[in-house]
Write a protein that binds this ligand. Structure first.
Ligand SMILES: Cc1cc2nc3c(=O)[nH]c(=O)nc-3n(C[C@H](O)[C@H](O)[C@H](O)COP(=O)(O)OP(=O)(O)OC[C@H]3O[C@@H](n4cnc5c(N)ncnc54)[C@H](O)[C@@H]3O)c2cc1C
Length: 407
C-alpha cells in the first residue's frame, strides 16, 4: 500500500481550522493523514477578545474545544507550542514533543501584539492577543477598581487604550459600555471612571468616511470615552503613558493604572525563528499562497502578506481574509496531492463592521453601503455567527453564537 501523504497544519485559528475543514471534507483517510498543532486545547474567536477584556463576556463564550472539529479517523491533534519550522528538513519543532515531519505544511499561527520597540510597553502595558491576555486585562481592571476602595487614588479609576485602530476602538466601545459596572466595583459615580484612547494618527479609523467616524466618536463620547488623536506614544512607565503631539511636538502624559496596548499586530514570531525574513513577520506568498522558496509550504492568515490581485496592494489582516486563505490552502494541498490544478488566491471583501460596544457599530457592507448604530451592531453579530459556522459548524453556533440581536 502506498504511503499516506502527511499534512501538518500549524494553528487552529480561522485560517488553520478552515484548511482542516476543507481537507477533512474533501480528502480521504485512505491517502492522507493530518496533524493539527495548537498551543491551546481550544479555538478562540479572536474578533471577540475585547469583550473578554472588558468583562462583557467570559472566555468560555468565545472558545470551543478543538477536539469538537477533529475527525479522529484522519486527524491527530497535538496540543503544544510550535517553536520553529525546519524548512530544509521539512520538520516542525515543538516545545514539549518530538519534532514532526511533513509532506505538506500549512502555517496559520496568527498574530501577536506589536510594540514597535517603544520603551516600557513590554513591562507596563497589557497586550490583548490571546484569551489569557484578555482575561488578565479583565482581572486587572477588577483589581484596580477594588484597589480604589482602599486608598482612593484616582489613577485606579483611569483606563487608557494605546491605539485607536479597529481593535482599539472596539475595545474602547466595550469598556465604555461597562463603565457603570466598574463604578459599582469601585464604589464611585460612573463619571469618575476615565476611559480614553491615545493614537498617533490624525484621525482614527481612516478606512471609514469622516461622517461614519464622527458618528462612532459621538457614541463613545456619549458613554464618557474619548479618543486623543495625533499623539505619538513614546514611552510607558508604571501607571504613566508619555506622548508627543505630532503637530506641535508638545509632550504630555496620561496617568492611569490600566494601560492596554492595541497599537497594531505582527505575525507570529515563529516566522522569524524559522528564518523567514519578512516585515512584521508577514511573509509574501505566491499567488497560490505558498512559500516562494517551497511549494509544499502554505502560509495563511495573519502570518501571510497576500496582495489584492486587482490593485497589487497588501491586504489588511482580518479574520475574513484568514478564512478565505485557509480554504484556498486546503484546496490547493488536496489538488497538489491528487494531481489537479491549483486555485489562485482571489479575495473580495464583504465589508467591514467595527463594533462600538454591544449595541452600536459603524461599517461598510460590500463596496460602499454604509451602516451605523443598532442595525450595524446586529449585522456585526450575524457576521460573527457566520464565521463561527465556518470553522465550528452548527453545533458551535447554537452553543456560542450571538443571538442577543434585539435590545
Ligand atoms: C479585538 C479584535 C477584534 C477584531 N475584529 C475583527 C473583525 O471584526 N473582523 C475581522 O475580519 N477581523 C478582526 N480581527 C482580526 C482577526 O482576529 C485576525 O485577523 C484573525 O484572528 C487572524 O486569523 P488567523 O487564523 O491567521 O490567526 P489567529 O486567529 O491568531 O489564530 C492563530 C492560532 O495559532 C495558535 N498559535 C499561535 N502561536 C502558536 C504557537 N507558537 N504554537 C502553537 N499554536 C500557536 C493560536 O493559539 C491560535 O489558535 C480582530 C482582532 C482583534 C484582536
Amino acid at each position: 500500500m502506498a504511503e499516506k501523504t502527511n499534512v501538518v497544519i500549524l494553528g487552529a485559528g480561522y485560517a488553520g481550522l478552515m484548511a482542516l475543514k476543507v481537507l477533512q471534507k474533501r480528502a480521504d483517510a485512505s491517502f492522507m493523514s493530518i496533524t493539527l498543532v495548537d498551543q491551546n486545547p481550544y479555538h478562540y474567536e479572536a474578533t471577540d477578545l475585547h469583550e473578554v477584556a472588558s468583562g462583557a463576556l467570559t472566555a468560555d463564550r468565545i472558545t470551543y474545544p478543538i477536539a469538537d472539529v477533529v475527525n479522529p479517523e484522519m486527524t491527530e491533534f497535538i496540543e503544544d507550542r510550535v517553536t520553529k519550522v525546519d524548512r530544509a528538513q521539512h520538520r516542525v519543532e515543538l516545545a514539549n514533543h518530538e519534532s514532526i515531519g511533513f509532506d505538506y505544511l500549512i502555517i496559520g499561527l496568527g498574530f501577536e501584539s506589536e510594540d514597535f520597540g517603544i520603551p516600557g510597553v513590554q513591562e507596563y502595558a497589557l497586550p490583548m492577543d490571546s484569551v489569557d491576555s484578555a482575561e488578565r486585562i479583565q482581572q486587572h481592571i477588577t483589581d484596580e477598581m477594588f484597589a480604589y476602595r482602599q486608598d482612593n487614588d484616582p489613577r485606579h479609576l483611569h483606563i487608557v487604550v494605546a491605539g485607536a485602530g479597529f481593535t482599539g476602538v472596539e475595545l474602547l466601545g466595550a469598556l465604555s459600555e461597562n463603565r457603570e459596572r466598574y463604578a459599582e466595583m469601585a464604589g464611585v459615580a460612573p463619571n469618575q471612571i476615565q476611559i480614553m484612547s491615545v493614537d498617533g494618527a490624525k484621525r482614527p479609523l481612516s478606512v471609514f468616511s469622516q461622517h461614519l467616524v464622527d458618528y462612532g466618536l459621538a457614541v463613545l463620547r456619549g458613554r464618557g470615552a474619548v479618543i486623543e488623536s495625533g499623539k505619538g506614544i513614546n514611552a510607558i512607565e508604571p501607571d504613566v503613558m508619555h506622548y508627543a503631539d505630532r503637530e506641535t511636538g508638545e509632550s504630555g502624559e496620561v496617568v492611569a493604572s490600566t494601560i492596554i496596548w492595541t497599537t497594531g499586530v505582527r505575525g507570529s514570531s515563529v516566522m522569524a525563528a524559522s528564518g523567514y525574513q519578512a516585515k512584521r513577520n508577514r511573509m509574501s506568498v505566491t499567488p497560490y499562497l505558498q512559500d516562494p522558496a517551497d511549494d509544499r509550504i502554505y502560509i495563511v492568515g495573519d502570518v501571510a502578506a497576500a496582495t489584492d490581485s486587482e490593485t497589487g496592494q497588501i491586504l489588511p489582516t482580518t479574520a475574513q481574509l484568514a478564512l478565505v486563505m485557509g480554504e484556498i490552502a486546503g484546496k490547493n494541498v488536496l489538488a497538489a496531492v491528487t494531481g489537479y490544478e491549483l486555485t489562485p488566491f482571489t479575495y473580495k471583501s464583504l465589508g467591514t463592521v467595527c463594533s462600538i460596544g454591544n449595541t452600536s457599530a459603524i461599517g461598510v457592507v460590500g463596496d460602499e453601503h454604509e451602516v451605523r448604530g443598532y442595525p450595524a451592531s446586529m449585522l456585526k453579530k450575524v457576521i460573527m455567527n457566520k464565521s463561527l459556522l465556518e470553522t465550528g459548524g452548527i453545533k458551535q453556533v447554537m452553543a456560542k453564537g450571538r443571538f442577543d440581536l434585539y435590545h
